[in-house]
Design a protein around this ligand. Structure first.
Ligand code: KG4
Ligand code: ZN
Length: 361
């Protein structure tokens, strides 16, 4: 892998359409100049989850507008961009292809190099993003190897970052992702979609020790997660509570306690394996990314564990950078450009890769 010297102030137009946000950003080196996020949450809400055909149509409708807005906010012109970065996976096939086709079209029209990005590398490097004035996390020389905890709606993974560009997946969920578990749990209680944020809000008013829920795979020797058993346990608990009260809905206090107990079970599960991974891999720091890591109870518990091993923890400097956004694709593109990892084949050969994953050891 050669290390091309890309010039300073390297400008990337980044596109992410992996799921239900049409996002376009302009980054300059590691700095965010614009980060447009056009959310489709309102369109998917009534279905209780993301509907691929609806997502595809909305991406198609929104993408041109999101690109012009990102360019305008960054006060740039497409002609002056150095490269185009785009998510090629993982994600919904139908959604990914809209961003990918647009990126190819622009790369051809403006004769710009294209950089294909793994969406999860974007989440992983999101703590390195800075604002346009260069403010953000100050990463030290001895930051790596770092241990990455990625927790989103589709993924729950532990990644060893030996250095930027060298990643090994050392653990992952064997069934549902943690965010998915939050969403399904919220759905069981008719709390709305997406569920994570709502459960966190309700949990604040509840007693986390009220109901006993399992921490699946707590004792397993590997670094994997499982959330489907927890989901089923919650389903039975809710059913029993409804039976007991002879109602088909639960009163507010019970819902608050359920949310607090469920959140505690998810957070404990995440942190137990994080701690095990710290012991096994002895990293110099911890990186966190993905929508669920905006959960304050989770953050507090991650910080506590990391502190007990004297490790700094890096979250994205802004909360909205935890969830899907294109700025994180911009920073992943910047580091890939530095490594000369441009797409070098014919553009038409670059295909969406819904199941794209880090290497497993
Ligand atoms: O990273 P993300 O925006 O999209 C994916 O790539 O999946 O993560 C979305 C997930 C959803 O499942 C959502 O319920 C969850 O993150 N989430 C949260 C919180 N905010 C978002 N889960 C728990 N607590 C939160 N505050
Ligand atoms: Zn994501």
């Amino acid at each position: 892998m050669s290390n091309t010297k890309i010039h300073k102030n390297y400008k990337v137009l980044a596109i992410d359409t992996s799921c239900d946000e049409t996002s376009v950003a302009v980054t300059v080196d590691d700095k965010i100049f614009s980060n447009v996020i056009s959310s489709q949450v309102d369109l998917h809400r009534k279905w209780g989850g993301v509907v691929p055909t609806i997502a595809k149509r909305a991406h198609k409708e929104n993408i041109d507008q999101a690109i012009s807005e990102a360019i305008k906010r960054a006060q740039m012109k497409l002609e002056n961009i150095d490269a185009i970065g785009v998510t090629c996976g993982p994600g919904l096939a139908m959604a990914l292809e809209i961003g990918l086709d647009k990126a190819k079209e622009l790369a051809q029209k403006y004769k710009k190099p294209l950089i294909a990005i793994n969406h999860m590398e974007g989440h992983l490097l999101s703590p390195l993003l800075k604002n346009s004035k260069g403010k953000g996390n100050e990463i030290q020389k001895n930051t790596f190897p770092a241990l990455g905890l990625l927790v989103s709606g589709g993924h729950t993974e532990l990644i060893l970052i030996k250095k930027i560009g060298n990643y090994q997946k050392i653990g992952q969920t064997v069934d549902d992702a943690a965010g998915e578990a939050f969403d399904k749990f919220a759905n069981m209680l008719d709390l709305g979609y997406p569920g994570g944020e709502i459960v966190e809000e309700f949990a604040k008013k509840g007693d986390k020790n009220k109901y006993i829920l399992p921490r699946p795979m707590e004792k397993s020797r590997d670094l994997n997660y499982s959330f489907s058993g927890l989901k089923t346990a919650a389903l039975y608990l809710i059913r029993d509570l409804k039976k007991k009260t002879h109602k088909d809905f639960l009163n507010k206090e019970i819902v608050y306690d359920l949310c607090a107990s469920f959140q505690k079970a998810v957070v404990d599960s995440l942190v137990i394996k994080l701690q095990k991974a710290i012991v096994e891999t002895k990293p110099n720091s911890v990186f966190c990314g993905g929508g669920v890591t905006s959960n304050l109870t989770l953050r507090k518990n991650i910080r506590k564990i990391a502190k007990s091993y004297n490790l700094p923890v890096y979250f994205p400097y802004l909360q909205k950078l935890n969830t899907d956004n294109a700025a994180m694709i911009g920073i992943a593109s910047y580091y890939k450009a530095k490594r000369d990892e441009f797409w070098k084949n014919e553009l038409k050969e670059l295909e969406r890769n819904p199941g794209l994953s880090f290497k497993i050891i």
